[in-house]
Design a protein. Structure first.
Length: 189
C-alpha cells in the first residue's frame, strides 16, 4: 500500500510540473525542485552546435523560459511510467508562431524525487536535431523576444558552464531570459 501511495504522489507531482511548463507558469517550477536538484540534458557539448550535460535545475528554469517566443505553446505527456519515487514520461512539445514557425519535439524525461516529493534529478532526452533547427530558424528570422536583441557568448553550455551565464540581452533585461540561445555560439554558421 505504501508503494502505491508513493507512486501515485510521484506521478501526480510530475503531471503538475509538466502542466506548469506547458502553461508557461515558470514561477511555479522552483516549488517542485529540491534544494540541490540537477537537470541533465542529452547531447555532446564538444560538438559544434550541440549542447548537453548537467546544471542546477533552478538555473535550467531559465532555459525553459525561451518558450515565451512562441505565440502558442504546449507540452503534452503522451505516456508516463512511475514506480515509487521515479517517473519517466514521453512527451511532445509543440510551439507555433511567431510568423510561420511550427516546432515539434518529442522528449523523454526521467525524474527522481526525494521523500518530500521534490524533484532531485531530471534526465532530459530531446531531439537535438529539432532543437538545432529551431535555434537556426530563430537566428535566421531574427526572432528573439519582444524587441530584445541577444548577445551570445562563444562559450557553449557544458557541465562546467550555465546557459544563464552566457546570455546578455541588450535591452538590459538581464541574463538568462532566453537562455537556449546560448547554444548558438557567435562563430556558428
Amino acid at each position: 500500500m505504501v508503494a502505491i501511495t508513493a507512486t501515485a504522489a510521484t506521478a501526480a507531482t510530475i503531471v503538475k510540473f509538466i502542466g506548469h511548463i506547458s502553461a508557461r507558469q515558470y514561477d511555479q517550477l522552483p516549488g517542485f525542485l529540491a534544494e540541490k536538484a540537477t537537470w541533465w540534458t542529452a547531447g555532446n557539448p564538444d560538438l559544434e552546435g550541440d549542447a548537453g550535460g548537467s546544471q542546477d535545475a533552478l538555473a535550467h528554469v531559465n532555459v525553459l523560459k525561451a518558450a515565451k517566443v512562441y505565440t502558442d505553446y504546449s507540452f503534452t505527456i503522451k505516456n508516463q511510467v512511475t514506480e515509487r519515487n521515479k517517473s519517466i514520461i514521453e512527451g511532445q512539445v509543440v510551439g507555433d508562431g511567431p510568423k510561420d514557425l511550427h516546432y515539434v519535439n518529442n522528449i523523454t524525461m526521467a525524474f527522481t524525487l526525494d521523500h518530500h516529493n521534490k524533484i532531485t534529478l531530471v534526465h532530459e532526452y530531446a531531439d537535438r536535431i529539432e532543437i538545432n533547427w529551431l535555434l537556426k530558424y530563430l537566428k535566421d528570422h531574427n526572432i528573439v523576444s519582444a524587441g530584445s536583441k541577444l548577445v551570445v557568448s562563444p562559450q557553449r553550455y557544458s557541465a562546467n558552464s550555465r546557459y544563464a551565464d552566457n546570455v546578455v540581452l541588450r535591452d538590459g533585461t538581464g541574463p538568462g531570459e532566453l537562455a537556449p540561445e546560448a547554444l548558438v555560439s557567435s562563430t556558428d554558421p
